[in-house]
Design a binder for this molecule. Structure first.
Ligand SMILES: Cc1cc2nc3c(=O)[nH]c(=O)nc-3n(C[C@H](O)[C@H](O)[C@H](O)COP(=O)(O)O)c2cc1C
Length: 354
């Protein structure tokens, strides 16, 4: 791979999603291959208390590299992985597999869409065929289900208030809010507030202060938020869920790869997706009992304990499995997103030698 190819591959791989577009995995080519190292300061978030989001993000990043490499005639192997620290990738020339160009195109087009969707049928045969192609490592399941109903929907609505009650979560999210085009274009990370999908104008700057948000949460903004998400979930085709049987970090990286690969298939099918942290990630920290960020009110531990069997039954998960990452999915809105997220330039020494 010459320097131009290495640079092009990094540019495509950078389209992998990360929480709040923090982009915590920093790439660098070495003589052996490509290394990703965690930038712990970028990854810092109350919701990442057991490395759950970081692991899912690494999985999505590895899948993005694999898609970008395959389309150029290279097979990727993970030669060494220390979740939460680094991953080392090796490449060898290989025939271009069927569908590789379409997957690369989806990688370039995919974006998180937080707006209402235009329904969609989760039993659509063409979509099922696409999802059947997605690689599922042992212990990782992929499920596409219609919107939650009954007790599971009521459970989800209560769980969706979580973010307003975890100490520091608002501040950790607000640090990635980009309010103006100038700030968004300069930083090339974070999320433009115009892309947050809420109806009407985005909140003014002062509303992002943790004190204002805390007060709003106590006055019922948590329930308004949950009602809005509930509305979005009901109007979607349903949920795409990746499940795991083990709570290991490696299982979460694998789950991230599988879900991202499925997200690319949905994109090719003309569907949109939005991760919904509260419905999946809190389950992945500990297999036996839900582990929530420090400072979370005790009632949420009870809530998540009840939620596991409810979701497992409603989503048809095999026994002993639980959701690790959940996306709301459905037919994409006809109009383009107001702003797409940008990506950081690679570190100066990233292109290196190979
Ligand atoms: C592990 C993970 C969890 C995420 N959780 C949420 C979420 O709960 N809600 C949401 O709206 N977006 C969520 N996102 C989407 C990111 O905000 C999004 O990927 C990022 O801003 C980059 O934008 P893009 O996906 O459009 O490229 C999550 C992404 C990842 C990788």
């Amino acid at each position: 791979m010459d320097a131009a190819l290495r640079a092009a591959l990094l540019e495509d791989a950078a389209r992998a999603p990360s929480p709040d577009n923090a982009q915590p995995w920093r790439p660098r080519w070495t003589r052996e291959g490509l290394t990703f190292t965690l930038d712990a300061e970028r990854a810092r978030h109350a919701f990442d208390h057991a490395g759950g989001l970081t692991d899912l993000t690494l999985g999505a990043t590895l899948e993005a590299v694999s898609v970008a490499a395959e389309a150029r005639g290279f097979a990727m192997n993970v030669s060494r992985q220390e979740p939460g620290v680094r991953a080392e990738l090796r490449f060898e020339a290989a025939p271009i597999p069927p569908g590789a160009a379409e997957r690369l195109e989806s990688l370039r087009r995919r974006a998180t869409d937080r707006r209402p969707y235009r329904g969609g049928d989760v039993h659509d045969d063409a979509l099922r065929v696409r999802l059947d192609r997605v690689r599922r490592p042992p212990g990782v399941g992929l499920h596409l289900a219609p919107p939650l109903t009954g007790a599971a929907a009521a459970w989800a609505r209560a769980a969706l208030t979580l973010g307003w009650h975890v100490t520091g979560a608002w501040a950790d999210t607000a640090r990635w809010a980009r309010h103006t085009d100038a700030e968004w274009a300069r930083t090339r990370d974070g999320v433009h507030t115009l892309s947050l999908g809420a109806p009407g104008r985005p909140p003014p700057d002062w509303a992002w202060s943790p004190r204002v948000a805390g007060a709003a949460g106590r006055l019922g903004a948590d329930r308004v938020w949950a009602a809005w998400m509930h509305h979005l979930l009901r109007g979607a085709a349903g949920l795409l869920v990746v499940s795991v049987r083990e709570g290991t970090r490696d299982a979460r990286v694998q789950a991230g790869r599988t879900l991202f690969s499925a997200w690319l298939e949905l994109t090719a099918h003309g569907w949109a997706g939005q991760p919904v942290y509260e419905l999946g990630a809190p389950f992945t920290a500990l297999p036996q009992a839900p582990s929530l960020p420090p400072g979370t009110p005790a009632r949420f531990a009870d809530l998540y304990r009840r939620g596991r069997p409810l979701l497992a039954a409603e989503l048809g998960l095999p026994s002993g499995s639980w959701p690790a990452w959940v996306l709301r999915v459905g037919r994409a809105p006809a109009t383009p997103l107001p702003r797409r997220t940008l990506r950081l330039a690679p570190p100066p020494d990233a292109i290196g030698a190979w």
